[in-house]
Write a protein that binds this ligand. Structure first.
Ligand code: ITT
Length: 201
């Protein structure tokens, strides 16, 4: 089986992507190649950040690899938190006072529910951009799923903002779905689907 490195420090993403690509690729984690550092993610777009993470691993560790950058874009907040989704709660805004630390999903959801308090329009979309760096080639794949931000958390599956994201056409959140069900319709699942169509050409 072909070996590919997934340039992520997010264990949840790793297990989702391993499940989707199982039987096709052996997906190695950063730990498995001896990379224990935070990857740089300094740009203003998902595309640039995905490329930056994958290029960093390819340049420093020499493996073919891919990276995923994901954002939750909320219509009434002009697309925020978007590229800042991982550290949304650590940004002061309106009467929200910054909390310490990145990647605190509980605080990130708390802030988002706070920012949407009293708003009628709760529509949002998850967007994933995958940067695929193999040999000398670089390819980008994008996946989107639309939905609504619920008023309260529901469910315990998944990760990140899943307990407050209800995809269009469903009456449950991502956190109330099995991993397989989420993968079959999610932003990440769709981006990987496009990647697989490309690979099968
Ligand atoms: P890497 O950069 O190491 O891949 P990360 O967790 O920093 O991991 P992102 O910057 O892409 O990844 O993620 C942005 C935020 O969006 C982060 O807080 C995640 O928890 C959240 N997120 C990403 N994918 C998600 C999903 O499928 N469901 C819910 N939340 C998600």
């Amino acid at each position: 089986m072909k070996v590919i490195v997934f340039a992520t420090n997010n264990e949840h993403k790793l297990s989702e992507v391993r499940q989707i690509l199982s039987g096709m690729f052996e997906v190695k984690s950063l730990k498995e190649i001896g990379c224990f550092e935070e990857l740089p993610e300094t740009h203003e777009t998902l595309h640039e950040n995905a490329v930056q993470k994958a290029e960093y691993v390819k340049e420093h560790y020499g493996y073919d690899c891919f990276a995923d950058d994901t954002g939750l874009e909320v219509a009434t907040l002009n697309g925020k938190p978007g590229v800042y989704s991982a550290r949304y709660a650590s940004i002061s805004e309106g009467d929200w006072k910054a909390k310490d630390g990145d990647h605190d999903s509980e605080q990130n959801m708390k802030k988002l529910l706070h920012m949407l308090n009293g708003k009628e329009n709760r529509s949002a979309q998850f967007k994933t951009v995958i940067a695929w760096l193999v040999g000398n080639e670089k390819h980008l794949f994008e996946g989107i799923v639309t939905g609504d931000i619920t008023k309260e958390r529901h469910g315990a599956e998944g990760f990140g903002y899943d307990p407050i994201f209800q995809p269009t056409g469903y009456d449950v959140t991502f956190a109330e779905m099995s991993a397989e069900e989420k993968n079959s319709i999610s932003h990440r699942g769709r981006a990987i689907q496009k990647l697989m169509e490309f690979l099968n050409k």
